[in-house]
Design a protein around this ligand. Structure first.
Ligand SMILES: Nc1ncnc2c1ncn2[C@@H]1O[C@H](COP(=O)(O)OP(=O)(O)OP(=O)(O)O)[C@@H](O)[C@H]1O
Ligand SMILES: [Mg+2]
Length: 254
């Protein structure tokens, strides 16, 4: 196989040049990091599961009319995506208090929020992804007011949709992080959902037991990380063919 050009290597994924201009191949690694890279480990099978889970969720979200970067899954660890200009803002949607909201505002973890809360963080590892407001986003030109409106509308629709989807399989969607980007197509530009949606960037709790089924298992050394991701995939009805055996398969050569 010809060597592909590596466009970017992040903490959880690698981006390669895609087969056609304007496309990229997103490769999901088994690497996990937390607390802005201070903690890192390899979780065998995580990349395979996140590739599947993100494929499934992006496809369902596209079905309700929200544009996404997802084109199709290529193999166990890779998916074809449309290349976008990432807006350097992480959008966090919260339904139940947890994580930084709980610590910052002293609202006990697990408290149902009176309404869904959307937060913005500036995407900067050096600065530790600081919390920002719309004022910062427009003042520094990271996105226009119209783009922020589109991002808010899409985020809230995705939230309503995913709350229901997860509730149907016995999971509470506590909070999650989204990234959006500008897609340039036929002299037009529009904002689309990008990156991934997986237990790496969602908090998912079992409705009956409140057991964590997401990256907090890794952050808090609770163990059973891969098993929890696997259980999310199983409940979504998308366990990789061949079951867990598939997940242990060796990484594809690049
Ligand atoms: N469709 C897309 N086009 C271009 N870039 C994308 C697209 N979707 C996601 N990305 C970017 O690809 C990278 C994915 O890698 P990964 O998630 O491992 O990064 P990361 O370590 O979280 O770092 P950071 O997000 O801070 O760059 C991210 O930078 C993400 O913003
Ligand atoms: Mg990332």
């Amino acid at each position: 196989m010809a060597r592909r050009r590596r466009v970017y290597e992040g903490k959880a994924k690698v981006l390669y040049e895609g087969p056609e201009p304007g496309t990229l191949v997103q490769y999901f690694k088994d690497d996990a990091t937390a607390f802005n890279n201070k903690k890192s480990a390899t979780i065998v099978g995580k990349g395979v599961l996140n590739n599947r889970i993100s494929e499934y969720l992006m496809a369902r979200i596209a079905e309700i009319g929200i544009p996404t970067h997802f084109v199709r899954r290529l193999n166990m660890r890779e998916q074809l995506i449309k290349e976008v200009e990432i807006i350097p803002v992480e959008v966090i949607i919260r339904n139940i208090s947890a994580g930084s909201l709980a610590t910052r505002l002293g609202i006990p973890e697990g408290t149902a929020l009176p309404r869904s809360i959307v937060e913005f963080c500036y995407k900067s590892d050096e600065l530790g992804d600081p919390l920002i407001t719309e004022e910062h986003i427009t003042a520094f030109g990271w996105a226009t007011p119209q783009e922020i409106d589109d991002i808010m509308a899409m985020s809230l629709r995705i939230n309503d949709f995913l709350i229901g989807l997860f509730l149907g399989i016995g999971i509470k969607l506590v909070d999650f992080k989204l990234e959006f980007g500008r897609l340039y197509e036929n002299e037009m530009v529009r904002v689309v959902l990008a990156d991934e949606i997986s237990p790496d960037n969602c908090r998912l709790w079992d409705t009956k037991t409140n057991e964590k089924m997401d990256k907090d298992r890794f952050r808090r050394d609770l163990g059973g990380v891969a098993e929890a991701y696997q259980e999310v995939a199983r409940r979504l009805g998308i366990m990789p063919e061949g079951g867990p055996r598939d997940i242990q398969a060796p990484t594809l050569m690049q």
